[in-house]
Design a protein. Structure first.
Length: 144
């Protein structure tokens, strides 16, 4: 059975393993202080939020998200990071996390939840195509 809830202090070590896995997938290495900064933000639960998915009591998935203003609608929720442990993939963990983020966003009166992924992430995109609409937007960024 999958349960989804806010991360608590006891989840820190397992969360760090999962967040490292997420960043490794995207070929990033974060300095140690970024983990501390992110964790502190999740514990404050004001600007950035986190949920964890547990399967048989073990943390196997994480979702990090935030809300922001929109010029055309009510606030929107950006699902920034979503990761499932390799051994838990295909068991509904990511789907449960997306649903929980969506439920949370509804309680905050957000107009929508959105996220991005790399075009090569075919496994995740199979799920995303089932639970969301790809409206064809392309993401650009300027590193500063």
């Amino acid at each position: 059975m999958i349960t989804v809830a806010k991360l608590d202090a006891a989840d820190r070590a397992a969360w760090e393993v999962l967040f490292t896995g997420y960043n490794t997938f995207y070929e990033r290495v974060l300095p140690a202080d970024r983990f501390d900064i992110a964790w502190a933000g999740f514990q404050e639960d004001t600007r950035i939020h986190a949920l964890g998915a547990k399967l048989d009591g073990q943390l196997v998935g994480i979702a990090h998200f935030l809300t922001h203003a929109s010029t055309t609608t009510d606030d929107v929720c950006y699902l920034q990071d979503l990761f499932t442990a390799p051994e838990a993939r295909g068991k509904g963990v990511a789907r449960a996390l997306i649903a929980a983020v969506s439920d949370w966003a509804r309680t905050q009166h957000c107009n929508r939840v959105y996220w991005s992924t790399h075009e090569s992430n075919a496994t995740a995109r199979r799920l995303y195509d089932q639970v969301a609409v790809n409206r064809g937007f392309i993401l650009y960024l300027i590193p500063l």
